[in-house]
Design a protein around this ligand. Sequence first.
Ligand code: NAP
Length: 540
Amino acid sequence: MKFAPLPAACQSLLLRLRHHPVAMHHFLAALGRHAANYGPPLSAVPARVVCTIAAHLSASGPATLIFAPAKSTSFIHNSNFLDVLYIVAFALFIYGLMGLTGPRTAVRGNRIAAVGMLIAVVATLLHQGEGNWALIVVGIVIGTLIGVPAARQVKMTAMPQMVALFNGVGGGAVFLIAWAEFRNSHGFAGEPLYVAVFSLFAAIVGSVSFWGSNIAFGKLQELLPGRPITLGKPQQLVNGLLLAGAIVLAVLVANGSHSELEFIGMLVCAAVLGNFVVLPIGGADMPVVISLLNAFTGLSAAATGVALNNPALIVAGMIVGASGSILTNLMAVAMNRSIPAIIAGGFGGGGQVAGATGAGEQAGSVHAVTAADVAIQLAYARLVVVVPGYGMAVAQAQHTVRELAKALEARGVEVEYAIHPVAGRMPGHMNVLLAEADVPYDQLKEMDDINPEFSRTDVALVIGANDVTNPAAKTNPASPIYGMPILEVENAHSVVVIKRSMNPGFAGIENELYFKPNTSMLFGDAKSAVAEITAALSDV
Ligand code: NAP
């Protein structure tokens, strides 16, 4: 039998533990139990060996420590092979993410990243002694039975709350893993300090993310009121105290207090904090909040990866954390809101908004038209720019819109689509819907590209879009959306707005556009109104 020295990290740990019989007992038990590359302190032990410890902990130290290769293991359990699998998985994550940057490659990118995740999961399960297989299989079956039908059946308009739910599950998994680690190690006894610190960080952030995401889901699903729910002025103080409480308890645990009550107290503080942070934020800001919580979940997963010495969790967590942060920032910029202002809450959700112009205050009247009137305008246009918004998504009118565009193109009319970065309820919402209806990608124009085009546009056809076309964002400093970049449809020769009523959009404010002399309103559901226009077009 070939003997080899115990890896240096294990040797030094054993030496440090030799005056702590209880911790030593746990360490040796863990080493024998897992016998695999499963988190510190086992991280330094190659996965292919089962350690038998011949540890004579005399003052002479590491020279007496040996381990022996146990029964031979196949290459699929070899730690080098598993590392290669992880590297392949990371490469696929990153390559898949690159695909998500354009509608043409997005679906393929998503599939590539999913294959990467499958490889990472398989590699993790191949670690020897990974755990209870029955529980793992039950978990996978339950997750698949819930996740797959839910993801297949969800409507595009309900996608933000779906993302909130899935994100929450990630945060929940992270804090449960930290809790399990706490229990397994009897309060991080014998673990290096960094394991405790990263696990506790992950537990707090994961818990905030889990509970916050649930509230975001409840608001978007209208299970909870969309309006801000707040304790008033003391809210920030209470939140500060909850955060301080969680940190103090975490410090106590990290300092060697093995009390599970303190650990649970820390989780409870973080849970209440997660609720109290999101409840005061209005429904209109929920997509940004979800993106922010997504970044939190990523960071907490990465911290768990450090504690467990799992490279897959570190890389995947950091990718989610970084992309979530970038997305949050992009959305905040597109709405001209700062992230702290969003977190402070109080905006949108259907309630009264400070600075909003009420319907009654608006001078002038609107000009209602019929589908036949609109068909005539469109038939004689050279350039028509379709401006889709949330209403098109709700009505599922994308295919009908595509039919209208085809009919216009058959008459020699040029058709383009103006895409605002926050049209709809999530980033890329309009791109996804129009791609689903086979709208050619080169007809989709970003806001900065299309705005200069409006002055040569004959008809801007606004379909279920409201806030993203509101000129008050440029002209009314009292408006809550003042400063938000908008699609400058009012510069078109003629504007036709399709919506069901004079009700406001998500920001809860009146739209000056509807009262402009070059604007006509076609009242009705987007899908049927567009279908009527297409039908009327054949009579022109
Ligand atoms: P919007 O301002 O919410 O307006 C949508 C309009 O669609 C409403 O005025 C509604 O009027 C109309 N509508 C609803 N159902 C309809 C139907 N079946 N047929 C026809 N019209 C219908 O939408 P938006 O212009 O797309 O702006 C998006 C808003 O969401 C912005 O305030 C943005 O800041 C916010 N937001 C978006 C994101 C994102 O990532 N996309 C993130 C955070 C916040 P009627 O009820 O009269 O029909």
